[in-house]
Design a protein around this ligand. Structure first.
Ligand SMILES: [Zn+2]
Ligand SMILES: [Zn+2]
Length: 933
């Protein structure tokens, strides 16, 4: 057979093959559109979207699969609609995650990064990346993501690193990068500062310790009086430099200007006055530890106090901690509390629920700690980014995220961009050993820019990963090297069209891309040389924030809970297409997805239906070929049309295709993947497979004396509607549509892939031009189909055997409906298994009838009676009723049951007894009335 599709649909047999073909053929490579290469596919404005770069250490989870499905549907749709389309893939070097991975490897080898040194360690990370990195991209290839693999990037690539360095140097030169002592969230496990956003807060049961600080006189002698302070972290007292009270606090007026002896450390510290201190919290006296608490740090700044950092990178007490040096923070806490108790200085220990910050990555309790960090003075960048959204140069879907964005951007703090890691973009700043000044440069300097000394050493910190990913929209298109020669990419693809991402990185990433995109691209002139306006400086025009994928019970998927679904496993079970379709069908904006395998099973059945429709169609095409009828495949590829006098089913399915096409395009335009999927599903399954194929079968005749012109016209419509439906479905189910579409053309392809064919579209005026008021095909076919439904229901009700065609009595409300039936007589009797249509002025009252909006119908059929079967049934029923009745009577005669049972149970039982008795009498009468054999 020329078209050989295997009998059963088996996704695993076809998907690997096409996934490989798409990659090896570079099918989705998007060359830079230039005047020279804009051929027939020059469909205007390019559609550009960046893949939110997964961590290079990442593995594909359901959230990725959902996000990639949404992006892939949109890019395939835009590409097929004729726009030059670029989906750009890449991975993030993921500072902390990757460093942790390699450190673990080193630990297992009995060594550590400190032992092998920075250079060797970085070499090891690259080594790791070459071996294990980017697994997720291979998984994307398998799932058919239509990205341009030739443009794949890595955030540590030389090209992208140049952009990072340029951005840093420019901000530094503009006075927007500074170095400062600051309280940061320090993770003792990761040994780096982490941003506020990477700290997860959670309530934790702890204690509030009240400690008595002795008041001393001018000679440093104890006065016998104490000032009691309260703390949740007693170990920080080692770094106390003062105790603050509110200036108006009457309890402590006599202590103004006095000094205290810091217990355990025997250091004199002053009592200071600060209005920030709350009169009602604890004792109203607050110990001040500027190096270990953000509020204390602020007090310290106001009062020009020194800061004593008492912990090292691992949160062990350092040399500043006297007798406690070397102890872990929690070990030190225990010992300090015990020592205070021995000295009689522990006033009280109270239970206290504390809001404690944990490292998002390793769950270690974060230690607020003073350190010197690098910051971006964020205000000017934020102002521009706020303006861009206020002026609607960027549109958020769902809209509510615009508000979230503004809230965050209007309360933004300076951005701490340094991380104490080795893996990442090392900060391009050099410290001078002689003049102590800093040299920041685009090219590694050999001497201090201030004093000329060659005693310079590079900063050891690296940049926050989001610093480089925030630059991606400009850096991937060549910034900062935008020259006359290299600028084609930037001109064509910047600003990108759309960003599809999760709400969890709205601030981490989306906001930073907007700030950095607007800031840095504004220097790049427009293609015509004019200055770049804000509208063209934004990194993307639209942001679509997608929902989360949860389990079937709407619980967030997590490995620890064991409720996560492995996308590759589910794909191997049901096929990528069915999983994609499930995700699309549930993707309405703002609603989380409760992923349910039952739905995937349903869409697997849908794929099966499509497969079987294709097999039916190919079988008919091949049979037609045997008698010399061929369908002109070269005429396919656009929107099918039929002549005005074509048979009803042909006009109807063509109209229906136009309608569904218009709705699918509109739904995708509005990110309503759920609506688009549902439209296609209903059309393909209900209209095309169930109604149209059933209808058109009548005209597919292949005998020698068949009307060949009729067969050919039927086959042509069938094939052209099917082919257009495949194109419509292709962005949602790329694999099965590719397989069938390629098979249909038997190697004589109009394009290398269905994904490069034209997406169905409807001229704006088509729907108005083709509505024929009164009797258009939709009204006609709807009438026939609803009449058919009622007739089939009546047949079932009466118990007509499957194969028997029966006469019907039909009353129509209007002559026009009578005409529809008459015009489509042959079609209808076949669809509804009718032998004869008798028009009637009214339906006789003794016939069971069905009433539609324009008709009444009855089946004129008396079922031949099978007396012996009826006798058998009645005898069986009588036995059943007798048994039930006896049981009820027994129970109602049981005195002790009646005494104990609730009234309503007894009532129910009596009612049941009565009903059974009536049924029994009826059955006995019916049996008696049966004719004798
Ligand atoms: Zn950590
Ligand atoms: Zn110097």
């Amino acid at each position: 057979m020329p078209h050989d599709l295997p009998k059963a649909y088996d996704p695993t047999a076809i998907e690997d093959r096409w996934a490989e073909y798409w990659v090896s053929e570079n099918l989705f490579a998007q060359p830079t559109p230039t005047a020279a290469n804009q051929g027939e596919r020059a469909g205007g404005q390019p559609f550009t979207v960046l893949l939110p770069p997964p961590n290079v250490t990442g593995n594909l989870h359901m959230g990725h699969m959902f996000q990639h499905t949404v992006i892939d549907i949109l890019t395939r749709w835009r590409r097929m609609s004729g726009r030059p389309t670029l989906w750009l893939p890449g991975t993030d070097h993921a500072g902390i995650a990757t460093q942790m991975m390699v450190e673990r490897q080193l630990t297992s080898e009995g060594t550590s990064r400190q032992k092998i040194g920075r250079e060797a360690f970085i070499e090891r990370v690259w080594e790791w990346k070459r071996h294990y990195g980017g697994v997720i991209l291979d998984q994307m290839k398998r799932l058919g993501a239509s990205v341009d693999w030739q443009r794949e990037y890595f955030t540590m690539d030389d090209r992208l690193s140049i952009a990072v360095r340029e951005a840093f140097v420019r901000l530094y030169d503009q006075g927007l990068i500074y170095r400062g002592a600051y309280i940061v969230n320090w993770c003792p496990r990761c040994q780096t500062a982490i941003s506020d956003l990477e700290v997860v807060h959670g309530e934790q049961k702890g204690h509030l310790w009240e400690i008595r600080y002795p008041v001393v006189d001018a000679d440093g002698k104890d006065t016998g009086e104490f000032l009691t302070v309260a703390t949740t972290r007693p170990e920080t007292m080692l770094g106390d430099v003062a105790v603050a009270v509110h200036p108006q606090d009457e309890r402590y007026l006599h202590l103004h200007g006095k000094k205290l002896r810091l217990p355990l450390m025997n250091r004199e510290i002053p009592v200071i006055l600060d209005e920030w201190v709350s009169l009602d919290f604890g004792t109203g006296a607050v110990k001040v530890t500027p190096a270990h608490d953000p509020n204390d740090f602020a007090i310290g700044e106001r009062h020009h106090l020194s800061s004593i950092n008492v912990m090292d990178d691992r949160a062990h007490i350092n040399a500043e901690g006297g007798a406690y040096a070397g102890l872990d923070r929690y070990v030190a806490r225990k010992k300090i509390v015990a020592d205070l108790e021995v000295q009689g200085l522990l006033a009280a220990v109270k239970d206290y629920t504390n809001n404690v910050g944990h490292c998002d990555r390793c769950k270690t309790v974060v230690e607020p700690r003073l350190s010197t960090q690098w910051f971006v003075k964020i205000q000017p960048l934020a102002d521009k980014a706020i303006q861009a959204v206020e002026q609607k140069h960027i549109r958020f879907t769902p809209e509510q995220y615009e508000k979230t964005y503004f809230e965050w951007m209007r309360n933004i703090h300076d951005w701490c961009i340094s991380r104490q890691l080795w893996w990442g973009h090392r900060i391009p700043a050099w410290h001078c050993g002689v003049c102590r000044k800093i040299t920041v440069a685009r090219v590694d300097p050999t001497a201090c820019a201030h004093c000329g000394s060659d005693e310079i050493t590079q900063e050891t910190d690296v940049l926050d990963t989001w610093f480089s990913s925030g630059l991606l929209p400009v850096s991937v298109f060549g910034w900062p090297n935008i020259t006359a020669e290299t600028r084609a990419d930037f001109d064509a693809f910047y600003p990108t069209s759309l960003l599809v991402t999760g709400f969890d990185i709205l601030f981490f990433w989306v906001a930073r891309m907007i700030m950095m995109g607007c800031w840095f691209s504004s220097d790049v002139p427009m293609p015509d040389g004019s200055p770049r306006p804000l509208a063209e400086s934004v990194p993307f025009k639209e942001v679509y924030i997608h929902a989360l994928v949860r389990d079937a019970n709407r619980v967030k998927m997590s490995k620890t809970k064991g409720n996560s679904v492995d996308p590759l496993e589910i794909v191997s079970q049901y096929g990528t297409d069915a999983v994609r379709f499930t995700l699309a069908s549930m993707a309405s904006p703002g609603t989380d997805i409760a992923f349910n395998v039952a739905r995937t099973e349903g869409y697997r059945a849908f794929a099966n239906k499509i497969w079987n429709a294709a097999r039916f169609l190919f079988m008919n095409v091949d049979r037609a070929a045997e008698i010399g009828i061929t369908v002109d495949l070269a005429a396919l590829g656009s929107m099918p049309t039929v002549p005005a006098d074509a048979p009803l089913e042909d006009r109807w399915i063509t109209d229906a295709l136009h309608h569904v096409t218009a709705r699918v395009n509109a739904s995708l335009e509005n990110y309503r993947f759920d609506e688009a999927a549902s439209e296609i599903y209903q059309f393909f399954w209900g209209s095309f497979c169930d109604a149209y194929i059933e209808s058109v079968k009548l005209r597919l005749e292949f005998s020698e004396n068949a009307d060949k012109a009729r067969t050919k016209s039927a086959l042509t419509t069938l094939v052209s509607i099917f082919e257009a439906s495949l194109r419509l479905l292709s962005p949602f189910m790329p694999f099965i549509t590719e397989e069938i579409w390629q098979s249909l053309y038997e190697g004589d392809l109009p394009a290398r892939s269905v994904a490069l064919s034209k997406f169905p579209s409807v001229e704006l005026n088509w729907l108005t031009a083709n509505s024929r008021p009164g009797i258009d095909s939709v009204i006609e076919m709807d009438f026939l189909l609803s009449l058919k439904t009622e007739v089939l229901a009546l047949r079932k009700e009466i118990g007509v055997e499957e194969k028997v065609a029966v006469p019907i009595l039909l009353w129509c409300a209007l002559p026009s409906f009578k005409k529809i039936i008459d015009d489509n007589h042959d079609l209808f009797i076949r669809l509804a298994k009718v032998s004869e249509i008798k028009h009637a002025a009214m339906i006789p009252p003794d016939l069971a009838k069905r009433i539609g909006s324009n008709f009444e119908v009855a089946v004129d059929y008396a079922k031949p009676r099978d007396v012996s079967a009826e006798r058998e049934r009645l005898t069986r029923d009588i036995a059943k009723y007798e048994k039930g009745l006896a049981a009820a009577e027994r129970q109602l005669g049981n005195e002790s049951f009646l005494a104990k049972a609730p009234a309503q149970v007894v009532e129910g039982l009596k009612k049941q007894e009565l009903e059974t008795r009536l049924l029994l009498e009826k059955a006995r009468a019916a049996l008696g009335a049966l004719p004798k054999d």
